[in-house]
Design a protein around this ligand. Sequence first.
Ligand code: HEC
Length: 155
Amino acid sequence: MKQVSVLTMMLIFIGMAQVSYADNNGSMEQMKHHNMKHSMNDERISLGLSPKMKQHQLANMRSHLEAVQAIISLIAEKEFEKASEVAHSKLGLTEEMQKMCNMFKNDDFKFLGLAFHKSGDVLGETLKSKDTHKSLRALQTTVGYCVQCHATFRQ
Ligand code: HEC
């Protein structure tokens, strides 16, 4: 039961990442501050993407979210090998993702994107340990990058 509620909370968090702010060690003060700013104005850094890049990025993002859902459900079913495959192939630093990240002009964004994909590979390796708690911790680190990037950048 405890595990299910942790997973539910994580899904809610991913949804909230689009509109609210939190960072890996974020204080409540910072959170309040950023929420207030967001309600008035979107002050996130714009990447200035072309319409084509925008569509491509959003499609990629939807696939990231699907991967997180698949991994959560595979952990719940104790299908760690399958979860590991999803983590490596959909969230890890594949050649395709490396190319995609390198297309961005903003260096901070690129750095965050690459760090995120590396965490996807760490998640893939951790899942192989078949340890639920370690795996959830690794997943939380990866989802932390989703939250951090969404709080900082917009298209
Ligand atoms: C390095 C930055 C970065 C990382 C990491 C990142 N995203 Fe995104 N994501 C973005 C940006 C930028 C947008 C566009 C947001 C905007 O313009 O408001 C976006 C948009 C989205 C959207 C909206 C898609 C749509 O069709 O409207 C979803 C869903 C999403 N991300 C999921 C995720 C998930 C899940 C993760 C982590 C597993 C993740 N993202 C990691 C940068 C990132």
